[in-house]
Design a protein. Structure first.
Length: 136
């Protein structure tokens, strides 16, 4: 499908843009004041957050699924960077830990059976951690 612009369409578009520009210029001072106010509010919020301690431990959502050959653990860890994520296991537990200046998560996940931690496969994307553990 081909679209053709007529000369009157272009003139209407130019007229619209001129009116829009005039309106924006007229309201520019008001917008600037609002942006300055918003910047002050954001600065105040950052100062408050900086003074608040977020280092308390928090729980996060974890699902454990079992198949005939593996255990799959899925955890939701929003706002976590891969470099801050630590995993380790012992016998029938997987420990998931995140310890940053603002976040502190730690969860020991009880597994339904013994697994081979040496062959553990891990992926982390968009705040979702997936750990696949082959059964022993």
């Amino acid at each position: 499908m081909e679209m053709r612009l007529e000369r009157r369409d272009i003139l209407l578009t130019e007229d619209f843009l001129d009116r829009l520009l005039f309106t924006l210029m007229r309201h520019n001072e008001n917008i600037s004041k609002r942006l300055e106010r918003l910047e002050r509010v954001v600065t105040q919020m950052e100062q408050i957050i900086g003074k608040t301690s977020f280092s308390e431990e928090r729980e996060f959502i974890v699902d454990v699924m079992e198949t005939s050959s593996e255990i799959r653990v899925i955890a939701e860890l929003p706002s976590v960077q891969t470099k801050d994520l630590k995993l380790w296991g012992a016998k029938k537990s997987l420990v998931i830990s995140v310890d940053t200046q603002r976040l502190k998560y730690r969860r020991e996940v009880e597994l339904p059976t013994k697994v081979n931690f040496e062959k553990m496969k891990v992926s982390y994307k968009n705040g979702v951690l997936e750990v696949i553990l082959p059964k022993k």
